[in-house]
Design a binder for this molecule. Structure first.
Ligand code: ABU
Length: 370
């Protein structure tokens, strides 16, 4: 690995926001923050997606700050991750620290906040535009406020800045009879089609083609809103996932470069992929290495396939957790260069490398790969 190979260069785009896919050489990235993190609310749209033990523990402590024993090791991992990115020549931008415990309300409901550990969810970068997403978790309603200084700076320097319609998040959006599907039952979602909602992390970008999985935070109306907003220059393809509690595409399927897509064999049936993706090399993710540490197991907000939540630095180099030796070895066999960065404690705050970041600038142009 050449940690010091600079990724920037004389061809840097004039617009501070410019990113068309998940693999062009990375120039600037927003990395989340843990200060002020607050245990999310016990609203059904939250608890239906958190693994059993963590959901039960969190329901008891909703609205309290995350305890030090969870924050401190995750913070150390985050600091190291940032320093690796900087050594790779990437500009790292951070949101403001924010008091997520503060209570807020709309005319219909009130909540405390959550955290800004995962910028991947609340903002979607499409070329030179950055879109604040209409998120379905009430405790994330004002999450982008901690990024507003960054967004205003990008706007002043020429980026397009959009906010999707702010959802009402009233009871009509949530199916009161929702139950997670049992094995063999069809996948169903807690969301109705009352209004458009989506998290950016339910989408990935391959130039003019954008892929999405429906989930417990992204409904069909949300996908339609984005499709109509982006217009004819883009095609949005829906990917069918068998995940029983879907939330975010990046532990289900993720492109690693032009012509290469990593799939989770539990959730993706390659025969059911959109036709355009069937022409690509389908790289089947190896089994995740089990995590035996009891605390990590109990506190994780995520599933075992977080092993797939990697960040491409360019078409060859990727940031991977060294715990996931199966993944490290497999990607090497496929010709990639894994950069090991320990990050398991971050799962308690919602994700790993892809979730914890938002690649705002990658050196490259808008292409059609299909
Ligand atoms: N935020 C991505 C985590 C998804 C999962 O738990 O698999």
């Amino acid at each position: 690995m050449n940690m010091h190979a600079p990724l920037g260069g004389s061809e840097t785009a004039a617009c501070p926001v410019s990113s068309h896919n998940e693999w062009d050489p990375l120039e600037e990235i927003i990395v989340g923050r843990l200060e002020g993190s607050t245990i999310p609310s016990d609203h059904p749209v939250v608890t239906c997606n958190i693994p059993g033990m963590a959901a039960r523990a969190q329901a008891l402590a909703a609205g309290f700050r995350f305890p030090k024993f969870m924050v401190e090791p995750a913070q150390q991992e985050l600091d190291n991750f940032i320093s690796v990115l900087e050594q790779l020549g990437v500009t790292v931008t951070r949101p403001d620290a924010y008091n997520h415990k503060a209570k807020f309300s709309t005319p219909d409901w009130s909540s405390r906040g959550f955290c800004n550990s995962c910028p991947r969810d609340s903002m979607l970068v499409i070329g030179e535009e950055i879109i604040e997403t209409p998120m379905a978790w009430p405790c994330r309603y004002f999450e982008t406020h901690s990024y507003r200084p960054i967004l205003k700076d990008y706007f002043r320097r020429g980026a397009r800045w959009t906010s999707a319609p702010k959802p009402q998040l009233t009871d009509e959006l949530f199916d009161p009879n929702f139950k997670l599907p049992e094995k063999g039952e069809p996948i169903r979602y807690i969301l109705t089609e009352f209004e458009p909602v989506f998290d950016a992390a339910d989408f990935f970008r391959c130039g003019r083609d954008i892929f999405v999985t429906r989930s417990n935070v992204t409904n069909a109306m949300g996908v339609d809103w984005l499709r109509r907003h982006l217009g004819e220059g883009y095609r949005i393809h829906e990917i069918k996932s068998r995940c029983p509690n879907p939330m975010h595409i990046d532990t289900t399927i993720l492109p690693l470069g032009p012509g290469k897509v990593l799939i989770n064999p539990e959730y993706i049936n390659p025969d059911e992929l959109p036709d355009v993706l069937k022409k690509w090399d389908i790289l089947v993710a190896p089994d995740p290495d089990p995590i035996d540490d009891r605390i990590l197991k109990i506190t994780s907000m995520c599933g075992k396939w977080l092993s797939m939540n990697i960040l491409m630095v360019d078409e060859k180099r990727m940031i991977v957790d060294p715990h996931h030796t199966n993944m490290m070895r497999q990607v090497e066999k496929w010709g990639f260069e894994p950069i090991p960065v320990p990050f398991l404690h971050y799962a308690a705050f919602g994700g790993a490398f892809h979730c914890a970041t938002l690649d705002v600038r990658r050196r490259g142009t808008l292409e059609s790969y299909f």
